[in-house]
Design a protein around this ligand. Structure first.
Ligand SMILES: Cc1cc2nc3c(=O)[nH]c(=O)nc-3n(C[C@H](O)[C@H](O)[C@H](O)COP(=O)(O)O)c2cc1C
Length: 186
C-alpha cells in the first residue's frame, strides 16, 4: 500500500511539473540560434534581447572587413555599401562561421535594412550553410522601412530552408514583445 502511494505521488509530481512547463510555454525542444549583422549596434541590441528572451544561442555575422562610417554613407553613390547594394551578386566575406549549424531547428537572422532589403552580407550568410529542414526567420531594424522582400530574397538563396517573411522592429522593442513574436515557432 505504501509502495502504491509512493508511485501515485511520483506520477502526480511528474504531471504537475509537466503542466507547469506547458503553461510556461517552454514545451518546445527546438534549438534556436539568433544570428545577426549590425553595422552601428541597433540590430545587435535587438538580437541580444531576443536571444536572452528565448534562451537561444547568439552569433554575430561579423564582416571580414569592418564597415567604416564612409562605407555606410548611403548618400555617396561610390561608398562601399552603395556599390555592394547595387550589385546583386555582391557577397561580402564573413569573418567566422557558426559552429555546428546542424544542431539548430530555428534560425533567426537579424540585420539593418539597407536600400529596402537585406544587406549583401546576409546573402553571403544564406549561401554559407545547409539549411535543410530548418525554419529561418528574418528580423530587421531600420529608419522606417518595412522588412520588404528580404525574406523572399533569402529564400531564393537557401532553397532547402523554410524562410518566413519576418518582421521589422523598432530599436526599443521589449524582450516581452520579442518573446511573444517567437511563440508560434518555439
Ligand atoms: C547603407 C544604408 C542603407 C540604409 N537603407 C535604409 C532603408 O532603405 N530604409 C530605412 O528605413 N533605413 C535604412 N537605413 C537605416 C538603417 O536600417 C537603420 O539605421 C538600422 O537600424 C541600423 O542598424 P544597425 O545599427 O544594426 O546597423 C540604411 C542605413 C545604411 C547604413
Amino acid at each position: 500500500m505504501r509502495k502504491l502511494f509512493s508511485i501515485i505521488l511520483v506520477v502526480l509530481t511528474f504531471l504537475t511539473a509537466f503542466q507547469t512547463r506547458a503553461e510556461d510555454g517552454k514545451m518546445s525542444d527546438k534549438k534556436a540560434l539568433v544570428a545577426y549583422f549590425s553595422a552601428s549596434g541597433v540590430t545587435a541590441g535587438v538580437a541580444d534581447r531576443l536571444s536572452k528572451a528565448v534562451g537561444a544561442d547568439l552569433f554575430e555575422i561579423k564582416p571580414a572587413q569592418i564597415y567604416t562610417d564612409a562605407d555606410l554613407d548611403w548618400r555617396d553613390k561610390q561608398s562601399r555599401s552603395s556599390v555592394e547594394m547595387k550589385d546583386r551578386a555582391s557577397r561580402p566575406a564573413i569573418a567566422s562561421k557558426v559552429e555546428n549549424m546542424a544542431q539548430y531547428d530555428v534560425v533567426f537572422v537579424g540585420f539593418p535594412i539597407w536600400w529596402y532589403r537585406e544587406p549583401s552580407i546576409i546573402d553571403t550568410f544564406m549561401e554559407s550553410y545547409d539549411f535543410s529542414g530548418k525554419t529561418v526567420i528574418p528580423f530587421a531594424t531600420s529608419g522606417s522601412s518595412d522588412i520588404g522582400p528580404s525574406g523572399e530574397n533569402m529564400q531564393a538563396l537557401a532553397p532547402k530552408a523554410k524562410v518566413l517573411k519576418g518582421k521589422r522592429f523598432a530599436s526599443g522593442v521589449s524582450a516581452d514583445e520579442l518573446k511573444k513574436w517567437t511563440a508560434e515557432w518555439l
